[in-house]
Design a protein around this ligand. Sequence first.
Ligand SMILES: Cc1ncc(COP(=O)(O)O)c(C=O)c1O
Length: 317
Amino acid sequence: MKRLSDELGVDLWIKRDDCTGLSTGGNKTRKLEFLMAEALEQGADMVMTQGATQTNHGRQTAAAAAKLGLACHLLLEDRTGYDEANYNTNGNVLLDHLHGATTQKFPAGHDMPGEMERAAEKKRAKGHNVYVIPGGGSNATGALGYVNCAFELLGQFNDASLKVDRIVHATGSSGTQAGLVAGMCAMNAQIPVLGIGTRAPQPKQEQMVYDLACKTAEKLGCPGVVQREHVMANTDYVGEGYGLPTGSGIEAIRMFAELEGILLDPCYSAKGAAGLIDLARKGEFKGERVVFLHTGGAAALGGYDFAFDSSDRWVTL
Ligand SMILES: Cc1ncc(COP(=O)(O)O)c(C=O)c1O
């Protein structure tokens, strides 16, 4: 990212997992490659998952289900309390419905995994074979998608003779970072992976990633390769809470859009990029080559139009 690198004085590169293909792309597509294969193996005719109203994971699950001819049901938790029409019907929600998924809404703080089990039982009683995917697709099966991403990155660095000092990305339900860390450790790559938090406080976020990275390494056939010190999360950029845009996130969205022509989302990739930008400005990456893993999410932008003031873009000549 030449213009952003010049702006921040750090050699910044980007891995475009916002271009993974299904329904505008994003990080869940890699997880769904493995999760949907398991669903098909188990003879499922329906998949079910849960997340926030503007869940990118839900939208990509709906798209993957459409491609494979499976039904899809999404349980959406109102984690932000926004009653703006676009937040509730546009962005990812619009795309969920375009892909044929059915949706159900729940208040914040609801027991979503429990609710999902109850919903799956109801569908099973009606004869469906339901495959339940945890929120964010974050279990050891889904995280294998990011082991694959780690292998792919190492191959690309190698092919381009690129020495990379660090990988930075937004972390949430933990599967992306867990898979990357497990993959890097399995290959003894020793490239630090820094997750920028979007919800949980640091100790909880790191513990979640570590636990899942260990399980993923085990599933991969490399038990014990992940050590606690391989897991690093910085949660200084969450702001007031999950899904609530921050000033630094909005600035990151504008910088990526105006300097690189790349779109971020306010909930995840903007907070990840806000961390990247702030740490770069503070000199934390001095002399380093850093890869920002773009995890996608721009499909949510249409649901967050109220977070942007573009009045100065309308001009009279
Ligand atoms: C755009 C985007 N980036 C990052 C993440 C976080 O990834 P993970 O849940 O694997 O930690 C998500 C999760 O929903 C996401 O939608």
